[in-house]
Design a protein around this ligand. Structure first.
Ligand code: NAD
Ligand code: DAU
Length: 353
């Protein structure tokens, strides 16, 4: 397999992308450079990579750019002689895609197309295009069953439909043009640096502050949860050993009803911060109007990844969740800055606070 020298990471200032860059520099034997391309939307945060900028200044470079801007991308590819892409950049929040789908179509579909086209023009020296996707492309499961790589795509939200579309484009560039690609479809991530619009950081921060905990519908929707560093490890293994043209599911073997997670968060915050007066934070749980098109259950069969590459998740949910909540408590300055931007208007629009 050809060696990667100049790896472009798109969306590297977001939650998973920043954890991935940290993982590659700190925990693998990669010796090349990483060029992080990020538009810095509300979800992108340069603070997430301050330590990397300081510790790896010769091998890390940040370029602020929009993946929908073809000319800007071409310029960056050629200036840095990019030979591989790990593509995270996306609009990622389902609720926002229900309110305003347009950005999801541009970034997730057109942006991916731009990257593929430029990679195709450099095929002679191009090593790999790894595309980060989601289990949501498969739609919703009933009480039984799991998503396999062969499961038919049936996306429910504008977000998952845009990701499904980008997956098909990536796969078509492999079949039609021979572009070396791999695709991974992962379940719900949690961990440090996640923007607090997503379930776990939203509930953790609200619980710490003694605010209502808005659970959609009956709270019995099921997600599969994976600690973000385990996801990063899986991506790196697929990039290095995965079969070109193949898709790999990634999951945590940790199916949980939302309400159970929210109760666990309440109990951990009670333990770490003390009760709220003399009451458990479980009293803050408030059932609110359901998300339109809300998928009922996700569950992932990742036996292909385990069988081919020996990967399996390492972090237990109980300890990963506690570590994550502690991280939000210990990083009040980060939380304060993140919440001072677009966050307040989003919370108002979504929850009417
Ligand atoms: P995120 O919202 O935290 O970060 C997205 C990043 O992309 C941000 O830094 C943002 O500034 C950047 N970005 C957005 N539009 C851009 C554009 N037009 N040009 C350049 N940069 C742009 O997202 P995340 O949760 O870290 O997810 C990363 C990827 O992983 C996404 O592709 C998502 O679909 C996928 N994924 C996420 C999860 C999850 O649980 N969060 C699970 C499976 C797959
Ligand atoms: O499955 C992978 C996907 O996981 C990723 O592709 C997405 O980028 C990521 O956002 C995530 O999507 P979800 O919609 O599953 O994540 P979210 O954190 O928004 O919601 C998780 C569950 O919690 C879901 O069933 C909706 C519910 N929920 C969420 C919020 C924000 C609530 O009950 N209340 C809330 O306030």
């Amino acid at each position: 397999m050809k060696i990667i020298s100049n790896l472009m990471v798109t969306g590297g200032s977001g939650f998973i992308g920043s954890n991935f860059i940290r993982y590659v520099f700190d925990k693998t034997n990669y010796e090349g450079r990483i060029i992080n391309i990020d538009k810095l939307t509300y979800a992108g945060n340069p603070d997430n990579l301050r330590a990397i900028e300081e510790n790896y200044c010769n091998r890390y470079c940040f370029e602020r750019a929009d993946i929908c801007d073809f000319d800007a991308l071409e310029d960056i590819f050629s200036r840095h002689d990019i030979d591989a892409v790990c593509h995270f950049a996306a609009e990622s929040h389902v609720d926002r895609s229900i309110k305003r789908p347009g950005e999801f179509i541009f970034t997730n579909i057109v942006g991916t197309y731009n990257l593929l086209e430029i990679a195709r023009a450099r095929m002679d020296r191009f090593v790999l295009f790894h595309h980060i996707s989601t289990d949501e492309v498969y739609g919703s499961l009933g009480k039984r069953g799991v998503f396999r790589e062969t499961t038919r795509y049936k996306p429910s939200s504008p977000y998952s439909a845009s990701k499904a579309s980008s997956d098909h484009l990536v796969s078509a560039y492999h079949k039609t043009f021979g572009l070396p690609v791999t695709i991974s479809n992962c379940s719900n991530n949690y961990g440090p640096f996640q923007f607090p619009e997503k379930l776990i950081p939203l509930m953790a921060l609200n619980a710490i502050d003694g605010k209502p905990l808005p659970v959609y519908g009956d709270g019995k929707n099921v997600r599969d949860w994976l600690y973000v560093e385990d996801h990063c490890d899986a991506i790196w293994q697929i990039m290095n050993g995965g079969k070109r043209g193949d898709t790999y599911n990634i999951g945590g073997n940790m199916e949980m009803e939302n309400i159970v997670i929210v109760e666990m968060i309440c109990d951990i915050v009670d333990e770490l911060c003390g009760l709220l007066g003399d009451r458990s934070r479980r009293n803050l749980i408030t059932f609110v109007k359901d998300r339109p098109g809300h998928d009922r259950r996700y569950a992932i069969d990742f036996s292909k990844l385990t069988g081919h590459l020996g990967w399996h998740p390492r972090e237990s949910f109980q300890s990963g969740l506690k570590k994550t909540i502690r991280w939000y408590m210990d990083n009040a300055a980060w939380v304060g800055r993140v919440r001072s931007g677009d966050y307040q208007s989003w919370v108002k629009e979504q929850y009417g606070e």
